[in-house]
Write a protein that binds this ligand. Sequence first.
Ligand SMILES: Cc1cc2nc3c(=O)[nH]c(=O)nc-3n(C[C@H](O)[C@H](O)[C@H](O)COP(=O)(O)OP(=O)(O)OC[C@H]3O[C@@H](n4cnc5c(N)ncnc54)[C@H](O)[C@@H]3O)c2cc1C
Length: 414
Amino acid sequence: MGIIPGNNVDRRVFLKLAAASASLAACSRQANSQKKHVAVIGGGIIGTSIGYHLAIGGADVTLLERGKLAERASRGTFAWINATWAKQPKHYHSLNQSGLAGWKRLQSDLGIPVRWGGSLEWFGSAERQARLEEQIAEQIEWGEPAEMIGPDALTELEPNVHFGGAESAAYSPNDGAIDPVLAARMLADGAKQTGAIIREDCQVEAVQALNDGMVELATSCGPVTVTDFVLATGADPDATEKLAGMNIPQRSTPGVIVVTRPLPPIINRIIVAPGVHIHQRDDGRIVLGEQDGAPDTDAHAERLRHRPNRFPEPILAEQHAFRILGVAEQFVPGILSAEIEDVFIGWRPLPVDGHPVLGRSSAEPSAYLAIMHSGVSLAPIVGELVAMEILSGQQATGIEEYRPDRDFQSIRRY
Ligand SMILES: Cc1cc2nc3c(=O)[nH]c(=O)nc-3n(C[C@H](O)[C@H](O)[C@H](O)COP(=O)(O)OP(=O)(O)OC[C@H]3O[C@@H](n4cnc5c(N)ncnc54)[C@H](O)[C@@H]3O)c2cc1C
């Protein structure tokens, strides 16, 4: 039980891993004499976090990723860590707040860089802005240190941003942002240092139950025999049906993410302006996400049918980047001339009711499902909860609403 360090363990990280593993390992020891061997399918931010938390809890972990780590939704994400107004109702807001606290823990335990500093958000329409004020009042009631602030305070916080005449904006000082690809790699490294096996270019194709209560996963890199497996397969609509016998209705939507080459410091916080989201990483790169999606044309619909992560031609990628930079130019003058480093189409893993799917499959008891939007905000708490449930065999409280066999018909705002 516990940590099996690899050869190149950084001692400081190792000591922190040892401390972090103590509570999860204790829960595993208490409830389970049988050692768990768990396969985590999917190497995005959710799969790597679950793999890390299972490994520090004492499970034998094999993480199987069909491509490279974090090259799907966890690359094409805006990566804003938040528990703001859109996180409804209160239980979902609280889960996201725990996600934020979890990033502080992972920042300390694994040294994952998080750019804290908060977010500033406002809308163009007076009606929507009035609703934002109501939603921020509700956030305050729920204990979030959010507030509406006026033009002078906004300019003081972000002297290089034009707020377009906005009379106020919501300031959520607890929010942050990460580099999601770096974070997923660091989580996978943390898991590896604790004995986990990480296999990239390894697709899981089928699952077969064996007589002794184990299951065998047929994969493109050979069979893997485990006690349990976790599906952290993101927006893939068929994976849960094929591998865990459960159809999870998703309404995955695409979003274009643009990353610029490094620029001198311009923005301190996450700027959620009408039509565009903008933040700057510590390395100077500015990340932009569109708010409303690409124009709704037949040509787009045809292009998006096969869920590409890239535009078919560089010229199209460039056009879309300029479209998004053009919107951002109103708020961050000069950004239109930034050099573009990357344009990526991300697909949101979005269960139709907007909430995470977390729990055992009712059709395949060895399978645990972890599919969700806002996975960047949620990854630390989800990793912890899934590891606790699998290692202890107990159900965690507070996530009853997210079980895979729920009624997905009541559509809520995520
Ligand atoms: C445009 C956009 C903006 C977003 N903005 C935010 C934001 O600001 N804040 C926030 O919190 N969230 C945001 N999200 C959501 C967040 O990015 C996702 O919830 C999160 O990345 C999901 O992570 P994941 O690991 O579940 O999925 P993924 O990163 O997609 O990982 C799933 C992995 O499973 C692998 N896989 C699938 N099937 C198999 C198989 N059979 N065998 C092996 N491997 C398999 C895939 O290759 C993939 O790498 C955004 C998403 C998008 C698209």
